[in-house]
Design a protein around this ligand. Structure first.
Ligand SMILES: [Zn+2]
Length: 755
């Protein structure tokens, strides 16, 4: 910093304190005037006149709102929501006192030498989305530069234009966030943007970030639509624009939830080159379901693992925030579930003929066979009408709801056979044909009243395969393609090329006849064991092929286990590719390594490539079904749920190779504590796999034989794994599902009180 700038800062600091005293305590004009030394430059000289005092006072009268907090259209928000700390108007006044500087011709300077050179303006009446976007912008400028830009109502901007300040102080720049008069004057119309889209525009004096938002008028509505672990339901275009700007222009990265996953480059100067770009998610539905233990809130299990309630809440908060920053979202509400039971509750008693005819002449009855035993008589026109009526009611109740999928109940058709009436059999040889016809007819009825909504059905389990005889289906019929069931390949550690190829083939065939498709894979299920795994290039290829059908409008990954050290790269890529399924996956991985691992980036990239090659080698292996079943029997008897052939698939030399690469990365990252902690996350996952293999090879039935001499040895192995799992239950390398699942360790301990 030059001597002149240093002196200016001192004056600025001094003046700020004086003005603060004016705004808060009503200091007299004379005392305001007195501390300012004359002869310090043209800009600050402006404020040595009595006109200055009157200007500041007028500011304070005109902008009362910004001195205490922002206003909102909604009275209850104004009353109840604690507003982020908003700097007073004095900040704006202080900014203009800085000496004139020289800048790159087209650069809009935001911060110079750690001093604020711009103010953030928001519409005087704004939605929660804009409020959140503006405070995020302010917060990241502060994290990067240590400098806080003031947030002011747009009214303040008009006032500063009126008095002609921009002519006297040419370096005062403006950041407009959310649709307001200035953004309209700049030619930005949010209504013209694609769903959830945004536009970022800048010139030398101003930066504009405006997105397409749904207007949320109550706090409840906003919170409900913004809890990412529960699934967002509204458009947050302005927020997407701000996060895209922070990531792409300011260089921030969010590799995983929490402070360690956030990469913030530090700078003293911040400026924006000339920009004009519009972007929007290619997929309108981008969701990743939270871990099941979060959804089910397993408080008791957390406490037993030594995770405090505060840690548990922090975990959920961090994940919500991460998903928001990674721009997951939807343009409307979705309700996609196994829902035939709801239909039974409505019509089971009155209309048994709507339900599947059984071989013994009775109708399917879940009262006898359980909740998942609802099967419909799909050829019954009255049943089609009634089903459409049920979905229409849901749409009528919730205008924001865009997709309803009440799919057949879970589990296979073995529990209760599908309908055996002649008309149902005539619908097609495969059950998928019958469901496709049924839902297409339902969609046609619903579309008469709700032409912009979708009726959905899973392609899943016994009705995963694409229909064989039906042609084009109704354009409002949406297929949720599950497939990719990793547990079906559990004998191979969850990865199996044959399953993947079959899933892809049928998915593409579904896309050929359905109105639209949403990909809803179970890629992360089955890895509660936290095995290190990289599916990167296949993941990108899955996205690319499905998106290329032109029918894909969304993706919903079913739950993941938050094992960020074991498969965090896959989670990151799954979310990044949801925004743009054609993104360059190698560029994304390189960027991930560079941002997160600094000097060790090259070695970490080699580590990920090595794990990916191993994951692919496992997927390519073939096991005979007979061997698989025999092994599975043994395995279910002993180890409840652990992948079989585990020791064969992950040889000790493979684990040694991985640990060797990670040790090398540690040497390269010496001195960088954050990078070292990120490498440690990867190391924890590899160590976890060593414990899993050790347990896998035990004959755990001996646990139940208290006098067996081998029992002690087994208990020692289990206890070592337990101690490791417990001490890492809340680290980001592996998360608590590891401890809860490995070898049924949790249950064994509960039952046998292992020490
Ligand atoms: Zn039937």
């Amino acid at each position: 910093m030059t001597a002149g700038a240093g002196a200016a800062c001192q004056r600025l600091f001094h003046l700020r304190s004086v003005i603060c005293s004016v705004t808060r305590r009503g200091t007299s004009p004379a005392s305001l005037h007195a501390p300012i030394t004359p002869g310090i430059g043209p800009a600050s000289m402006l404020f040595t006149s009595t006109a200055t005092v009157s200007f500041i006072r007028r500011c304070c009268r005109r902008w009362p709102a910004v001195t205490t907090g922002m206003t909102s259209r909604c009275p209850d928000i104004r009353r109840k929501v604690p507003m982020p700390k908003i700097p007073t108007v004095v900040c704006l006044v202080a900014i203009v006192l800085l000496p004139a500087c020289t800048y790159a011709r087209d650069e809009c300077v935001l911060v110079r030498d750690g001093q604020p050179m711009a103010a953030i303006f928001v519409p005087a009446e704004m939605s929660h989305v804009v409020m959140q976007a503006a405070t995020s912008f302010q917060s990241y400028v502060r994290k990067i530069t240590g400098t806080e830009l003031p947030i002011l109502a747009e009214e303040g901007f008009r006032f500063h234009q009126t008095v002609g300040l921009e002519k006297i102080v040419p370096q005062l720049n403006s950041v407009f966030i959310g649709p307001c008069e200035a953004t309209a004057a700049a030619g930005i119309d949010p209504a013209e943007l694609p769903p959830e889209g945004y536009r970022i525009l800048s010139n030398r004096r101003a930066l504009y970030i405006v997105g397409r938002d749904d207007d949320m008028t109550t706090e409840w509505e906003y919170r409900k639509s913004s809890t990412w672990t529960a699934g967002p339901t509204r458009q947050h275009g302005t927020m997407h624009g701000v996060y895209a700007f922070i990531e792409e222009e300011l260089g921030v990265r969010w590799l995983f939830p929490g402070a360690l996953g956030e990469i913030v480059p530090k700078r003293k100067n911040l400026g924006v080159g000339k920009l004009d770009r519009t972007d929007a998610p290619r997929l309108q539905y981008r969701l990743i379901n939270p871990p099941p233990h979060v959804r089910n809130d397993s408080v008791a299990a957390s406490r037993r693992l030594g995770i405090s309630d505060q840690q548990r809440h922090q975990f959920i908060f961090d994940h919500d925030q991460w998903m928001q920053r990674m721009r997951l979202g939807t343009v409307g509400g979705t309700e996609m579930t196994h829902g035939h039971y709801m239909f039974w509750l409505r019509y089971g008693r009155e209309h048994p003929e709507y339900f599947a005819l059984q071989a013994d002449g009775t109708r399917a009855n879940p009262n006898k066979s359980g909740k998942d035993a609802v099967r419909l008589c799909l050829s019954n026109d009255a049943c089609v009408e009634a089903f459409a009526g049920l979905l229409s009611e849901l749409f009528a109740k919730n205008q924001n709801l865009k997709i309803v999928g009440y799919s057949p109940d879970d589990y296979s058709d073995r529990a209760v056979p599908v309908c055996v009436c002649d008309n149902c059999i005539a619908m097609g040889p495969a059950i998928s044909d019958r469901y496709a016809i049924f839902y297409s007819e339902v969609a046609a009825i619903v579309a008469k009243e709700y032409p912009d909504r979708y009726v959905a059905n899973f392609a899943y389990g016994y009705y995963m395969d694409a229909p064989t005889t039906v042609g084009k289906l109704h354009p409002n019929f949406l297929v949720l393609i599950v497939g990719y069931n990793r547990w079906a390949g559990a004998w191979a550690g969850g990865d199996d090329d044959e399953i993947r190829e079959r899933s892809l083939e049928h998915s593409l065939r579904w896309a050929g006849i359905a109105g639209k498709i949403v990909w809803r894979p179970n890629l992360f299920i089955q890895n509660e064991f936290a095995m290190p795994r990289v599916y990167a290039h296949k993941l990108a290829d899955d996205y690319r092929q499905l998106y290329a059908t032109g029918k894909m409008i969304g993706v919903q990954h079913d739950h993941f286990y938050a094992h960020w050290g074991a498969e965090g790269l896959d989670y990151y890529l799954a979310v990044k590719l949801a925004w743009n399924p054609t993104a360059d996956v190698d560029a994304l991985i390189d960027d991930y390594c560079r941002a997160g691992f600094g000097a060790a980036a090259g070695t970490i990239r080699t580590y990920f490539d090595t794990v990916e090659a191993h994951t692919n080698a496992i997927a390519a292996q073939r096991y005979s079904r007979r061997a698989h079943l025999a092994e599975q029997d043994r395995f279910i008897r002993q180890n409840s749920g652990m992948p079989i052939f585990l020791g064969e698939l992950h040889k000790q030399e493979t684990l040694d190779q991985w640990q060797g690469l990670l040790r090398q990365a540690v040497l390269e990252a010496a001195g960088d504590t954050e990078v070292l902690r990120r490498i440690e996350m990867l190391q924890v996952a590899v160590t976890a796999l060593s414990h899993t293999i050790a347990i896998h090879d035990l004959d755990c039935t001996i646990i139940f034989k208290v006098r067996d001499p081998k029992r002690r040895e087994i208990v020692d192995v289990l206890n070592a794994a337990w101690t490791f799992a417990r001490s890492n239950a809340d680290t980001q390398g592996i998360h608590m599902p590891y401890a809860m699942s490995v070898c049924g360790l949790f249950r064994l301990r509960e039952k046998w009180g292992l020490e």
